[in-house]
Design a protein around this ligand. Structure first.
Ligand SMILES: [Zn+2]
Length: 263
């Protein structure tokens, strides 16, 4: 599932390809998911252009020259593809913008369409969704992070994945952050001291920045990163021991019992 580094990479891709071009045709190919009204609003983008983008957590927003914003949430498998030749139209394109310059932008998803709709105000949308601060925003400084974590109970991994606390981190990157910090996924927030919280904060920013810099490509990550090894036969990239699995918030996490302790 696309998390902050993946969505940031998609946002930059959108910026590099799809801005400042007149939208011709809009094809919505996922009728069972999108309501008629949502479909009509999207089709109403014909004649408009995208002028800029924003991101908050796992949400991307594309600004339309009308002042509206297109919300893109990539669900479990969403992706973007910009191309010219319609023969290269990717499989499972759920939404296709055809620009008058002959190029196309497809929202691709093997599963159903994630959240896609037009809104008037991004900040109001974020507020209505009750999203926490974006994990990479300057506003999420150490003090704010400590306050947010200090106000919660439960496991550290659950807190990192809770979009209402901090927006952008899911199962995969919370595993990486905990691995880099050396914290067991089932550790309770209350058992984390001041120094532990600070290290967690630093590693969170660091891991996400590294992943963004490497365009969220697992094979491009540093050698001591857990992410490319997250599978049932995976081994710890640092000590070589088999990774363990753990259920947290009904997701399967991976960790090294040597580095992060036993459950
Ligand atoms: Zn290890």
């Amino acid at each position: 599932m696309p998390e902050l580094p993946d969505v940031e990479t998609l946002r930059r891709y959108f910026d590099a390809t799809a801005l400042h071009q007149e939208i011709g045709d809009v094809a919505v190919r996922s009728g069972q998911v999108l309501e008629q009204t949502a479909r009509r609003t999207l089709e109403g983008l014909s004649g408009r252009s995208f002028e800029g983008t924003r991101r908050h957590g796992k949400y991307m927003f594309a600004g339309v020259d009308s002042g509206d914003w297109l919300v893109l949430h990539f669900g479990m498998t969403g992706d973007l593809k910009y191309f010219k030749d319609m023969q290269k139209d990717p499989e499972h394109d759920r939404l296709l913008f055809s620009f008058t310059n002959g190029y196309h932008l497809a929202y691709v998803s093997q599963r159903k369409l994630g959240e896609v709709r037009l809104i008037g105000d991004v900040d109001r949308f974020i507020e209505a969704k009750d999203l926490g601060p974006d994990a990479m925003s300057d506003g999420l400084d150490l003090g704010t992070f400590k306050d947010l974590m200090g106000s919660k109970r439960g496991m550290v991994k659950s807190a990192l994945m809770d979009q209402h606390t901090i927006a952008g981190i899911g199962n995969v990157y919370s595993d990486e952050i905990l691995f880099q910090t050396g914290i067991h996924p089932r550790l309770q927030l209350g058992d984390l001291d001041e120094a532990g919280l600070e290290t967690l904060y630093r590693e969170m920013k660091q891991v996400l920045q590294v992943a963004i810099d490497r365009q969220a490509q697992p094979e491009e990550l540093p050698e001591d990163y857990l992410l490319p090894h997250r599978d049932p036969d995976g081994r710890c990239p640092r000590c070589g021991r088999p990774l363990e699995q753990v259920q947290v918030s009904s997701r399967t996490g991976y960790y090294c019992p040597n580095r992060q302790g036993e459950a």
